[in-house]
Ligand binder design. Structure first.
Ligand code: ADP
Ligand code: MG
Length: 227
C-alpha cells in the first residue's frame, strides 16, 4: 500500500524582481496514513511554503508530490481544487473566519450544498464535537481566540478530509487553551485523520508522533516522539 504523502526532491524558488529565493531546496518526505507530524523551524525556513505545496495551494518549482500514489503536482488547477476540497482540511491564519457570520455558516462554508439538511446536521455534530454547541448562533467577532480556532477546526472537518494541515493553530493562545486545542487534534487523529501541524513551541510539537525540523529550506532532522 502506498503512503499518504511522498515528496521527492521538492524545490520552490520564489522570484521577486531580480531576486531569487530558494524557499525549499530538495525536500524528501514520506507521511503515512494516520500519522500526526509536527513541522518546526525558524522563521523563514520554508514551513509555510511546504504547507502550501502539501495543500495544493501552490506548485513546486521542481520535484514530485504523490498523494495516495497519484502525482498531483502536475494536475490542472481544477483537478487540484477538487482534490483539495475533498481530501484536505486547512487551519491556516490566512483563511480566517468570515466576520459577522455565524459559527454554523462558517463551518458550512466548504460544502457545496451548504443549506442541505444533511450538511446542516453534520455541521451541528462537528460543532458539538469541538465543544461549541452553545455558540452555534454566535458570530465570529463574538468569540474568543480559542473558540475561533475551534470553529476553524470544525470547518476543516466538515468535508471529512483524510488530511488536516494546520499552520500555527495555537499561535495566539495561552497555555491552557493551547492544550485544549491540541487535545482536539489528538482526538481527530485518533479517528484516523492524518495531521501535519506547524508550530514554534516544543510543548505543542510533543503531541505529534514525529517532529520534522526545517532550516533554510532543508529538512535537518526527523525524530520519532516517545509515546
Ligand atoms: P516560514 O513559514 O518557515 O516562516 P516561509 O515558507 O513563509 O517560511 O518563507 C520561506 C522563504 O521564502 C522566506 O525567505 C520568505 O521570505 C520567502 N517567501 C515566502 N513566500 C514568498 C512569496 N510569495 N514571494 C517571495 N518570497 C517568498
Ligand atoms: Mg510561516
Amino acid at each position: 500500500m502506498s503512503s499518504l504523502i511522498e515528496l521527492k526532491n521538492i524545490t520552490k524558488i520564489y522570484r521577486v524582481g531580480d531576486e531569487n529565493t530558494a524557499a525549499l531546496k530538495g525536500i524528501d518526505l514520506t507521511i503515512e496514513k494516520g500519522e500526526f507530524t509536527a513541522i518546526m523551524g525558524p522563521s523563514g525556513s520554508g514551513k509555510s511554503t511546504l504547507m502550501h505545496i502539501l495543500g495544493l495551494l501552490d506548485k513546486p518549482s521542481s520535484g514530485q508530490y504523490l498523494l495516495e500514489g497519484v502525482d498531483v503536482s502536475r494536475l490542472s488547477a481544477g483537478r487540484q481544487a477538487a482534490i483539495r476540497n475533498q481530501k484536505i482540511g486547512f487551519v491556516f491564519q490566512q483563511f480566517n473566519l468570515l466576520a459577522r457570520t455565524t459559527v454554523l455558516d462558517n463551518v458550512l462554508l466548504p460544502t457545496i450544498y451548504g443549506k442541505a439538511e444533511k450538511s446542516i446536521s453534520r455541521a451541528r455534530q462537528i460543532i458539538e464535537e469541538v465543544g461549541l454547541s452553545d455558540r452555534i448562533r454566535h458570530k465570529s467577532n463574538q468569540l474568543s481566540g480559542g473558540q475561533i480556532q475551534r470553529v476553524a477546526i470544525a470547518r476543516a472537518l466538515i468535508m471529512e478530509p483524510s488530511l488536516i494541515l494546520a499552520d500555527e493553530p495555537t499561535g495566539n493562545l495561552d497555555t491552557r487553551k493551547s492544550e485544549e486545542i491540541m487535545q482536539l487534534f489528538r482526538d481527530i487523529n485518533a479517528r484516523g485523520v492524518t495531521i501535519i501541524l506547524i508550530t514554534h513551541e516544543e510543548s505543542v510539537a510533543k503531541n505529534a508522533d514525529r517532529i520534522i525540523r526545517l532550516i533554510d529550506g532543508e529538512i535537518v532532522s526527523q525524530e520519532e516522539n516517545a509515546a
